[in-house]
Design a protein around this ligand. Sequence first.
Ligand SMILES: [Zn+2]
Length: 410
Amino acid sequence: MPLDPSRAVDDLKRLRDLTGNADGAQRVAWTETWEQARAFLREAVAPTGAAETIDEAGNQWFTLPGNSDTVLILGGHMDSVPNGGWLDGCLNVLAGVEVLRRIAEGEPPLTVRLVSWADEEGARFGRSLFGSSAAAGSMRDQDELRTLKDRDGIALPDALREYGVDLDGALAARSQLENAGAYLELHIEQGPVLESMDLPLGVVLGTFGVERSRVTWRGQAAHAGSTPMDKRRDALAGAAKLALYIRDIAAEVGGGAVCTSGGVVTKPGIVTSVVETAEQLLDQRHLNAGSLARMLAMAQEAAERFAAEENIEVEWERIWSIEPILFDETLIGFADEAIREVAGTSHKLPSGPLHDAAEVSRAGIPTVMLFVQSLRGLSHTKLEDTKEEHLRLSVEALDRLASKTLAWLA
Ligand SMILES: [Zn+2]
């Protein structure tokens, strides 16, 4: 069977009809609709002869044995957010099925496996990347996971048990990646960059590192009528200056830097008082660890300056951070070639969102991702869409990338 990208598009439409409704995709992990999606995948793969296993974390694997110990893995996730789009996650899985069909036709030079990771979205319990973090060995929050409950008060361990997963044993899924030589993932971009450049496909360089801070400004509450302008210690003035200055930081550091002041809570928060405290949330992201550290240092230095100018105090607290995760250079090269072959032009870009591929890469396995253009940059909504001709190109690019990677691993 030669590769037929339109068959993958047809599969996507069938899955949409089976597991979606007027509000969008409803394949939330650890629900019946998700189970239906997994059964759909099982049926789609069956004709290739690839054998199915479900690992200790609930990840669904299909293995096409070849002549080697080294394994090529293609992966994605069948789960969606509630009222989600028809492509997020399942595009990579169903494109992977089409690649399996093509490879199963001949003698696979190496063992090839397709994985549908369990609960990438974390929609029911608020914990993303469940299955891939278990397989990568980076799941260190099992005690916390035990306490998570869904909207109806059902505990995570109880919900997982219904799908054959024992939370205490989930880390045993690590053995799945033991012989992995490379991991490939195709995903919709979920952002506006490729569309704005009029390009169907891009190579993902890695996922952004993130620094999240709480910046607390302290001034003095004072009467809005009786306090002259030059006698004020206005905490909001510091937050306001910083909220604008982060644009300069992003522009100066460049390389895709993004900074967001996502919220400011002021006290006393009444119309007749100068602001005494302003709690500001700051999110900074970059693909380069050094640049990210510089962005944070620039913001902190500027904050000291603004505090002096306004005669107020400022204090920093780190809320959360993660290092940038860079994909494999050789595979980035293959992905770039594959895209040029099918689309003429390629583009390299970072990923803002985290993906299962980031977990696999963190486990030390050579990894790369392909992005296909998202229309209007929308995702996690029923409005999520990609042109069908671009979907077909993306399946072809994944197939070429798989061939190049197989030749390299062999
Ligand atoms: Zn996704």
